[in-house]
Ligand binder design. Structure first.
Ligand code: ASP
Length: 371
């Protein structure tokens, strides 16, 4: 009975998130005036830079603190990896043009965002009554999300119960050093690198904002292991911080899809760990390839549990490592996934705050000039 509370909570969040994103984005764009900015280019650049730096941090951490494991059995896992960078990019593009209804049903956020933008822009010419109807729908969905989130304490109790009963602590102990390197790199990215980026962009103490975002989404991200399920939580946070709805209704779902710092770290660290378990020495060009492919693979990773492990196969093949090596980390992936999902979602809201602040400053400067 306790475990089912967790499943119900995650199920409800996952069920409502695609509809919420679709209607919010469509309604925001339909209401947007001429010349109004969403700064999406800057936000996407911030997201990608975060992924790249995270993969770099992972590789440096593995050089400083090498991790290996004496090979026991390396069972072949049943994973179907993408064959390379080209296929990941092709899949991303195909997701953009997938059927809009299928995108909502399958929680394909790239497709949902693309179609919501197209319909939203097309609906700019619609009558005020139609636009108001859209607005009413998105408000109703936001209210429904708030109701679901208010059940969080029961849902989270169920999720914690699930984790403790399903993954024993014993399996973790043999991975002690690997876990330390992963947790250390993730903590570095979440508590030093991301705050530095916030500081450079805002020139203010970044920690109140970083902690606010972390505290707010930590528990849902950690236990749901899904960035997509966390979209409503992050949106509610942005609404509370009174950020621009036109910006956050697009940037939060986009962040849940492509801003994957934790996954980039995981893929970089695991690729080097697997190489070392097989006794393969990686050259500098191979390390750079790992940084590059981990950045791309993390961008292509869906915000659902376990997706990062499937994409790890792409990083391994890019430097000629055996895909079977995934078996070495598969047994404890559930635990790794909790950590990486938490890091994945922490930067989404803070990027939105950075952009909102920059926009406010720009407006203020414009006003000052015109006076
Ligand atoms: N579970 C992660 C997320 O939703 C993706 C991954 O498996 O790396 O962000």
């Amino acid at each position: 009975v306790i475990a089912i509370l967790g499943d119900l909570f995650v199920g409800a969040l996952k069920a409502i998130a695609p509809l919420l994103v679709f209607f919010l984005v469509m309604s925001a764009l339909a209401h947007m005036g001429e010349g109004q900015k969403t700064n999406m280019g800057f936000i996407v650049a911030l997201y990608m830079l975060g992924n790249l730096f995270s993969a770099l941090v992972a590789v440096i951490a593995c050089r400083l603190f090498p991790v290996t494991l004496t090979l026991g059995k390396a069972a072949t896992e049943d994973v179907t990896p993408p064959s390379g960078v080209g296929e990941v990019l092709k899949n991303l593009l195909l997701n953009v043009v997938s059927n809009p209804i299928a995108s909502i049903v399958n929680a394909n956020y790239i497709g949902i965002l693309a179609w919501a933008c197209i319909f939203g822009i097309a609906l700019k010419a619609a009558s005020p009554a139609t636009k108001n109807l859209l607005d009413d729908f998105s408000n109703a969905l936001s209210t429904a999300v708030k109701w679901v989130i208010s059940c969080a304490p029961f849902g989270i109790m169920g999720l914690i119960f699930n984790v403790i009963s399903e993954s024993g602590l014993k399996a973790l102990l043999s991975y002690g050093r690997l876990i330390l390197v992963l947790v250390g790199s993730m903590a570095f990215v979440a508590l030093i690198m991301n705050p530095l980026i916030v500081f450079f962009c805002s020139r203010k103490n970044p920690y109140p904002l970083v902690f606010k975002c972390l505290v707010r989404s930590f528990i849902t991200a950690f236990f749901t292991r899904s960035s997509a399920a966390n979209i409503p939580v992050n949106m509610e946070l942005c609404e509370e911080m009174e950020l621009d709805e036109n910006t956050y209704s697009v940037s939060i779902p986009l962040g849940a899809t492509i801003n994957m710092d934790g996954t980039a770290i995981y893929q970089g660290v695991c690729a080097i760990f697997i190489a070392s378990c097989y006794g393969i020495h990686l050259t500098l060009p191979q390390m750079l390839t790992i940084i590059f492919t981990a950045t791309l693979a993390s961008i292509g990773t869906a915000g659902v549990p376990g997706a990062g492990m499937v994409m790890l196969a792409m990083v391994l093949t890019s430097v000629g490592l055996p895909v079977d090596g995934i078996a070495l980390v598969a047994g404890v992936d559930r635990i790794f996934d909790m950590g990486r999902t938490t890091v994945n979602i922490t930067g989404d809201a803070s990027c939105c705050v950075i952009v909102s602040n920059l926009e406010k400053k720009r407006e203020a400067r414009k006003m000052a000039k015109s006076m």
